[in-house]
Write a protein that binds this ligand. Structure first.
Ligand code: 7GP
Length: 804
């Protein structure tokens, strides 16, 4: 491992960066210091920093060519990257210089950093994982390209109207995106629809009815200290022709613009659903659009190196982030057969040696399926190839009736991805086991070597070094250099210090500072005032029934009742913080948001709760908000129904920043427990196997409500409109579901959860002991660096050797 000696990032001092900023402001932004706005200054600094990324970027590219490195292509519909400026500054070791340069121009550094819009080109876990992977691939030196869509509008902005979620379009591109390089020379025509006629051999001639251009925009992704830099290439959909001249000359401007409207629609907006796929034609077109453009680019690069298409797998590994790019299998076969003259079997062998597939959820409703009509209409040639892949697989496995990709008039994208892939992976040990036992049981039996586990991780650069300056300083001082940020295993050296009272005191002081800063932000930006000495108990993630924000809300209400009933009882003072968006069409999730906000309003308005319990739900949770909340957390809520959360990554970020976890044995919580020790985590509730048994035995949630008066009281209060100004109807769908079906077994786990929270209260009453556990949590997190995850993929999935 390095200790700084071989860094390729050019070191530059504050004065040089000040001059570079002034130069960018004038010549790249076209502004004068007198009229420059905060955004102009931010753009000027961004340009100056970007300039420093270019040389290491070129150096990495040259090295990848010179060493004939096998390349990794990460295809993802989502990259939830958030802000980039501070991240680049940290990775390049430029913070002191940047602060000095910005101050010399009379600009406030924090305000400047805060001015950058969040690039929210993703929904949640899967998209944020892709962003952590980009950072890690650059840090460990995997020659990689991320490929995705340059959405004009990322994930919607959430607002609350009387506690109900409202959605507004997000427009991160309204201001110029100063990181990217437009590559107008790199553009591929992407076809849709049309006709297919037979060609030579296995080939065919596809004549699409519509064509759009995929135009490339590149963002460099510098790794730690610029030792390696990769590229995120995002595709923008553009018309082949800007407009039709004939209708324009007639004065029919709408008709004249039609081609550009069709084309631009494709990259206009990110679909806001995470785990429920939309069977919409536009979504299929988005998937095909970016996959086809990426494969065309990959083959072009391969050919440009003088290599034959049939040798692709030796030089490239393509990772499909969930099934969204699963059309890559048929598309690669199509390119190899129709354009490069391979026969079908050979082409399929190349494709299935090159592609790999990561699954991110077991929920059956989340697995993409496309009707054969829609697929046949939008992508007629691909439909033929899919049928052929299906037939070949059935023949080769001699199981014509068991697994079929095309089934019941639908194309099953999970099965297509599995069959087209060299390796298939789950994202935590439990999830991978369940994949083998459930969704892919039959395919796993046929191909027992395909499924491997790669437990998720998170980048410690953003999620510790970047977001927690206090911890950064403490770790650097304790561990002797900043290299822990690129070698998180070093953090294990904190473990013995958990026994050192002076160290604990410093560790705790940082948490307190972060909580104060968070409280000030909540007050300033969201108008909620909270007590920074209370326990910050935080659940932030997409709103989903399986994640059980509802159970947390019910426990909050039950705690409120308990405090009211016995004001002298000793409960830990708590601030419950929720954050997260619901898919706009997910009615139950939106109702749960309203319920949380109603409960919050009731509790916060009750003077008896002062200093004891408060609830905050800041609107529009995003990456930047997570960077404020996570370092301030005492307790991390990871309470999904066991067997439902594939991994979770927020769980890792919290523990890294010294929060304790209350959680079920689900996803990566299991591995977190193993890493931090059972006595340092609050596990409760049923296991995945118990959840299944409960259901199999005819789960009756009402019996659990009857058995726990605390739960019964809260459900009755909701039904009586206690939290909603007497409106007993508002949450009928919630309470009927709780009493009747309760698919995610909130009632079955409530008692165990409530009781465990009281054990958390007891632990909070012993601050030294709490901090000891918090230190041990941070110390155990080395394995959850996404650098470890990427090294795992490199060795076990991609067959590449990292350069750093
Ligand atoms: C998420 C999983 O829900 C989460 O448990 C996991 O940590 C994350 O992926 C990264 O692996 N899934 C999604 O975000 C998602 O959209 C549907 O899944 C395809």
């Amino acid at each position: 491992m390095h200790d700084g000696a071989t860094d390729t990032a050019k070191q530059i001092d504050g004065e040089a960066l000040r001059v570079a900023m002034a130069h960018s402001l004038r010549y790249a932004i076209g502004k004068d210091p007198v009229t420059a706005t905060l955004s102009d200054w931010r753009l000027a600094l961004t340009r100056a920093v970007r300039d420093l990324v270019v040389d290491p970027w070129f150096a990495a590219t040259r090295r990848a060519y010179a060493e004939k490195r096998k390349r990794v292509y990460y295809l993802s519909m989502e990259f939830l990257i958030g802000r980039l400026l501070e991240d680049a500054i940290h990775n390049l070791g430029l913070e002191a210089a940047a602060r000095e340069a910005v101050a010399a121009h009379g600009v406030d550094y924090a305000a400047l950093v805060d001015d950058e819009p969040d690039a929210a080109l993703g929904n949640g876990g899967l998209g944020r994982l892709a962003a952590c992977f980009l950072d890690s691939m650059s840090t460990v030196g995997v020659a990689a390209h991320g490929y995705g869509i340059r959405y004009e509008h990322g994930l919607f902005r959430q607002r609350f109207d009387q506690g109900w979620q409202g959605e507004e379009p997000e427009d991160w591109l309204r201001q110029r995106h100063a990181w990217e390089f437009e590559r107008s020379e790199v553009a591929y025509p992407i076809g849709f629809g049309g006709e297919v006629s037979p060609g030579e051999g296995d080939g065919a001639l596809w004549t699409p009815s519509d064509t759009v251009l995929a135009a490339a925009y590149d963002t460099p992704i510098p790794g730690w200290r610029g030792r390696w830099t990769n590229t995120l290439r995002l595709w923008d959909a553009q018309p082949v022709r800007e407009f039709d001249l004939e209708p324009f000359n007639r004065g029919d401007y709408m008709a004249a613009a039609a081609p550009s409207v069709f084309a631009e629609t494709i990259s206009r907006v990110l679909y806001p659903d995470d785990t429920t796929p939309q069977g919409k034609e536009l979504r299929l077109k988005q998937e095909y659009f970016f996959t086809a453009a990426s494969l065309a680019d990959i083959l072009r690069r391969h050919r440009a190196m003088g290599l034959e298409p049939r040798s692709l797998a030796a030089h490239a590994a393509i990772q499909l982030n969930d099934t969204h790019p699963a059309i890559a299998g048929p598309e690669l076969v199509r390119l190899l057969v129709d354009d490069h003259g391979l026969d079908f079997d050979e082409a399929f062998d190349v494709a299935s040696a090159t592609l790999n597939y990561t699954n991110h959820t077991l929920m059956p409703e989340a697995l993409e399926r496309w009707s054969t009509d829609l697929m046949g209409h939008a992508l007629p040639r691909h439909m033929q190839i899919i049928e052929r892949i299906d037939t070949r697989h059935a023949r080769e496995t001699k199981r014509p009736d068991s697994v079929r990709i095309v089934d019941n008039g639908e194309v099953r994208m999970g099965d297509l991805a599995f069959i087209s892939a060299h390796r298939v992976n789950g994202v935590s040990a439990l999830h991978t086991d369940l994949m083998k036992q459930t969704v892919f049981a039959e395919l796993h039996a046929l191909h027992p070597e395909k499924i491997v586990n790669q437990t998720n991780g998170v980048t410690p650069r953003r999620w510790l070094y970047g977001c927690n300056a206090g911890m950064r300083r403490l770790l650097t001082e304790t561990l002797g250099s900043e290299e822990w940020a690129a070698d998180l295993d070093r953090i294990a050296a904190l473990a013995p210090l958990a026994e050192d009272a002076a160290f604990r005191e410093r560790f705790q002081a940082i948490k307190t500072d972060n909580k104060r800063a968070c409280a000030a932000w909540l007050e300033r930006e969201h108008g909620v005032s909270v007590d920074p000495t209370a326990m910050f108990d935080i659940q932030i993630k997409r709103i989903h029934e399986y994640k059980r924000q509802l159970m947390n809300a019910l426990e909050t209400a039950a705690l409120y009742n308990a405090i009211k009933a016995d004001p002298s009882a000793e409960f830990a003072p708590r601030v419950k913080i929720f954050g997260g968006k619901a898919a706009p069409g997910y009615a139950m999730a939106k109702l749960i948001i309203k319920l949380i906000n109603d409960i919050a309003a009731t509790i916060n308005a009750d003077p008896a709760m002062k200093g004891r319990l408060a609830v905050a739900y800041p609107a529009n949770y995003n990456v930047s908000m997570a960077e404020i909340l996570i370092p301030a957390a005492d307790l991390s809520e990871q309470i999904s129904t066991a067997g439902k959360e594939a991994s979770g990554t927020g769980n890792m970020k919290f523990a890294m920043n010294g929060a304790l976890t209350v959680g079920t044995l689900d996803g990566a919580n299991v591995e977190i427990r193993d890493a931090v020790g059972e006595e340092n985590i609050f596990i409760f509730g049923q296991t995945a196997a118990e959840v299944l048994a409960t259901r199999a035995n005819g789960y009756a949630p009402q019996s659990f409500i009857d058995a726990d008066p605390r739960l019964a009281q809260v459900v009755e209060q909701i039904e009586a409109g206690f939290f909603s100004g007497g409106d007993g109807e508002r949450f009928r769908a919630v309470t009927e579901n709780l009493r009747g079906h309760d698919w995610f077994q909130v009632c079955a786990d409530f008692t165990s959860y409530y009781d465990r929270q009281r054990v958390v209260d007891d632990a909070w009453a012993k601050p030294e002991e709490w901090t000891r556990k918090a230190v041990l949590n941070a110390a155990g997190m080395g394995v959850f660096s996404s650098d470890r995850t990427i090294r795992g993929y490199a060795a076990e999935v991609w067959g590449v050797t990292p350069a750093c």
